[in-house]
Write a protein of this length. Structure first.
Length: 101
């Protein structure tokens, strides 16, 4: 019988993997759209929210949070050019790396 003191569960604990486990770092550039045909807005990653979403700060300093599927991350392509890739693609690729570690 456990006393519950072994590993306390806090209501503020982040649901799901950490930023590092998602292949992200605080300060990385991301972008998103309000609507499917809208313009892109850029910001930087600040952390994870309690519900598991990604916390972002836009260029005006406003805090926002997005599910992984709504964000694109700055990336370097196979020929060295920088561009954008869906964050979900990076997350899925990062999860597969654990199989070979």
């Amino acid at each position: 019988m456990s006393s519950g003191a072994d590993q306390p569960r806090h209501a503020w604990a982040v649901a799901g993997p950490t930023l590092e486990e998602l292949g992200l770092r605080a300060g990385e550039r991301v972008r998103w759209r309000r609507r499917a045909a809208g313009h892109w807005t850029e910001g930087s990653v600040t952390g994870r929210e309690r519900d598991g979403s990604i916390a972002v700060r836009d260029r005006q300093g406003r805090s926002r949070s997005f599910v992984i599927e709504r964000l694109e991350i700055r990336a370097v392509g196979p020929r060295g050019a920088s561009g954008w890739e869906p964050l979900l693609d990076r997350v899925l690729r990062t999860e597969q790396l654990h199989l070979f570690g």
